[in-house]
Design a protein around this ligand. Structure first.
Ligand code: HEC
Ligand code: HEC
Ligand code: HEC
Ligand code: HEC
Length: 243
């Protein structure tokens, strides 16, 4: 009997000490955790610190980034930089409207945005509609016009400046610099991703949505080839061409 109470007393003490230890561990753990902050990801938008206003445009189509990543390339219908440039008076100029426009009198808005806001295949034109980087500029025809004549304009000495070169990077695997200005080009995914993006500039990593974290604008002025018309040689070549 005496032995029994002795062992059970011992057991009680051990039990009591174990309980104390567990409580101590729990209390220490809680006080530790209370000083931790939860990890925030870029996708938890409401918790994300506001982006710098001049760089906020890069996030404008980021909800489509995963879709762009999983897109199956169309090997028959795609654009190249050659066709891209051929539709512009100079690199960066507003492209002509290369197709028929139904609403002749309209200024733009939904008549254009139904195809150009998010792109997609248009069977009628057998092409993917390029996504506009500026859906908020709703008077489209203020800047984009149809090419309605081939005869009104005479040949002139207008020279297209050449586009900036690609692949300007410090090391083989460094991110290339952004060779163009960022005015009207804040929304990178509009031009660099999706089925209508010219092949040469289609981004391999559309899900890294904070483009300007790695790509910086080129600081050096890019040399463009503008012919020296004051030199008699070049101007003679011109006039020979015109004749
Ligand atoms: C039915 C769909 C549709 C509508 C509506 C439409 N477009 Fe287009 N647009 C296209 C497609 C498709 C292309 C690509 C044509 C190609 O690559 O041959 C295109 C090309 C363009 C381009 C040339 C883009 C480039 O990078 O060269 C411009 C500019 C343009 N459209 C402006 C307009 C404007 C302005 C309107 C409204 C007046 C309009 N579009 C209405 C489908 C449409
Ligand atoms: C204030 C002038 C202006 C207005 C208004 C305007 N655009 Fe543009 N747009 C431009 C310029 C400039 C470019 C060429 C951008 C560049 O190459 O940097 C362009 C480029 C485009 C492109 C080609 C994108 C690409 O892949 O290069 C499309 C498509 C387009 N615009 C559609 C539209 C539509 C649709 C509207 C109306 C909702 C519209 N634009 C309103 C000036 C304008
Ligand atoms: C209006 C369409 C358009 C938009 C918007 C645009 N780009 Fe571009 N980007 C181009 C074109 C076209 C080129 C090819 C060079 C040229 O003509 O300027 C290019 C070239 C580049 C290159 C060089 C690629 C290489 O292989 O060397 C980088 C990098 C780049 N852009 C990054 C960006 C980033 C980052 C943004 C967003 C801040 C952006 N671009 C927005 C049209 C666009
Ligand atoms: C984490 C850094 C990082 C971010 C963010 C990033 N890039 Fe890149 N990008 C690179 C690197 C590195 C290369 C060079 C890849 C190579 O040469 O193998 C590159 C290459 C490119 C090219 C040349 C073609 C290609 O895909 O190789 C383009 C165009 C481009 N990036 C555009 C973009 C755009 C648009 C975004 C935003 C959607 C973006 N990048 C976000 C690091 C980045």
């Amino acid at each position: 009997m005496n032995v029994m109470t002795k062992t059970s007393k011992k057991l009680y003490t051990i039990f009591f000490i174990v309980i104390l230890m567990i409580t101590a561990v729990i209390i220490i753990d809680i006080s530790f955790e209370s000083s931790f902050e939860p990890v925030k990801t870029a996708y938890e938008k409401e918790d994300f610190s506001p982006s710098i206003p001049t760089e906020s445009g890069v996030f404008r189509r980021d909800e489509f980034a995963l879709e762009y990543d999983n897109i199956i390339e169309d090997d028959n219908i795609y654009r190249t930089l050659e066709t891209y440039y051929s539709n512009r008076a100079y690199p960066g100029a507003p492209p002509y409207i290369p197709h028929q426009v139904l609403e002749k009198q309209g200024i733009g808005g939904n008549a254009c945005l139904q195809c150009h806001e998010n792109g997609g295949f248009v069977a009628k034109f057998n092409a993917y509609a390029p996504v506009t980087p500026h859906p908020e500029l709703i008077s489209c025809k203020q800047c984009h016009v149809e090419n309605t004549t081939k005869t009104t304009f005479q040949l002139s000495n207008w020279f297209k400046i050449s586009p900036p070169p690609l692949h300007q990077k410090a090391l083989v695997s460094s991110p290339p610099v952004i060779p163009h200005s960022l005015q009207l080009r804040e929304n990178c995914l509009a031009c660099h991703a999706g089925p209508a993006a010219p092949r040469e500039i289609k981004v391999s990593h559309p899900t890294r949505v904070n483009c300007r974290q790695c790509h910086v604008p080129a600081v050096e002025k890019v040399k463009t080839e503008i012919p020296d018309l004051s030199s008699p040689d070049t101007s003679q070549q011109f006039f020979r061409k015109l004749k």
